[in-house]
Design a protein around this ligand. Structure first.
Ligand code: ADP
Length: 259
């Protein structure tokens, strides 16, 4: 422990000062510990694809394969791992921006409907590869001020998860509607679901329910953390309901009256 606590007998100003000092040192210790954990996690996350790349390159270096297609497969795998590292670094850069409060909202009047359509189109192929149906229903036509790039990212991360954690041939339902002073985007899947004991933690950075599985699906454990930070910047809310093996529902709520 970097910071020792100090005790003073009795009451009075000095004792209050000590108590403040002790609280502060506890906070500092916690920040220090979080920083160490963060560096540990980042190193680990980047090391995993890097080790795979190293192995693949060694196989290419020493292997003598007659079939040229094998080389193609190796290069494809290397490319996949490089993409994954790039994704992690992009995510980290967003997080650093948010942490440094550099990330200001660039509010523009936007049709959320148009934004959702755009994201669905982008994810269309990924969904099709698992024969997943995306059913989108615009219940209310909503035009509000928001940061288009950031909310695009939020919807992308959530829909990406819905696809990743859905079974083949599953359905994903997206609804857009008004509720009190919020525009709500609801994304429902029929996938693997999230155990109740993990629900409160999935928005933490690097938190993953099933580490092996989400590594397989290319997850970094940063998607929901980023989504929550971006929604928080909008003074909105992101909520989840889920049942194991039945599916999950994510709600993104953005205030309609941001100025
Ligand atoms: P990852 O990159 O691992 O998907 P996220 O931050 O996006 O990281 O999500 C954190 C964890 O929450 C995931 O590893 C997964 O276990 C769980 N999760 C997120 N979305 C869903 C979903 N739609 N269905 C089931 N589990 C989910």
């Amino acid at each position: 422990n970097l910071y020792e606590s100090v005790d003073v007998e009795g009451g009075g100003e000095l004792s209050r000062l000590c108590s403040n000092f002790n609280t502060m040192s506890k906070i500092l210790s916690k920040i220090e510990q979080q920083r160490r954990e963060f560096i540990h996690n980042v190193s680990h996350e980047l090391k995993t694809p890097l080790s795979s790349i190293k192995l693949l390159i060694e196989s290419l270096k020493y292997g003598t394969y007659e079939d040229l297609n094998i080389y193609k497969e190796f290069f494809k795998d290397i490319y996949g791992e490089v993409e994954r590292m790039k994704q992690i670094i992009d995510d980290l850069m967003i997080i650093v921006d948010i942490d440094e409060k550099k990330s200001k909202l660039n509010l523009e009047l936007a049709h959320i409907n148009y934004l959702i359509d755009k994201v669905i189109n982008r994810m269309h192929l990924k969904a099709k590869s698992k024969n997943i149906n995306i059913i989108y229903k615009e219940i209310d036509n909503i035009q509000i001020k928001l940061d288009i790039i950031k909310i695009d990212r939020v919807i992308t991360n959530i829909l990406d998860n819905a696809i990743k954690y859905s079974n083949e041939n599953g359905n994903i339902y997206i609804y857009l509607y008004n509720e009190e002073n919020y525009a709500v985007i609801k994304v429902k899947d029929e996938g693997v679901g999230i155990p109740e004991e993990d629900l409160s933690r999935i928005f933490e950075r690097f938190y993953r329910v099933d580490k092996a599985r989400s590594r397989e699906t290319g997850g970094s454990g940063l998607g929901l953390f980023i989504a929550k930070q971006l929604v928080d910047l909008h003074e909105g809310e992101i909520l989840v309901e889920s049942k194991l093996k039945q599916g999950s529902i994510f709600y993104v709520k953005i205030p309609v009256d941001l100025i």
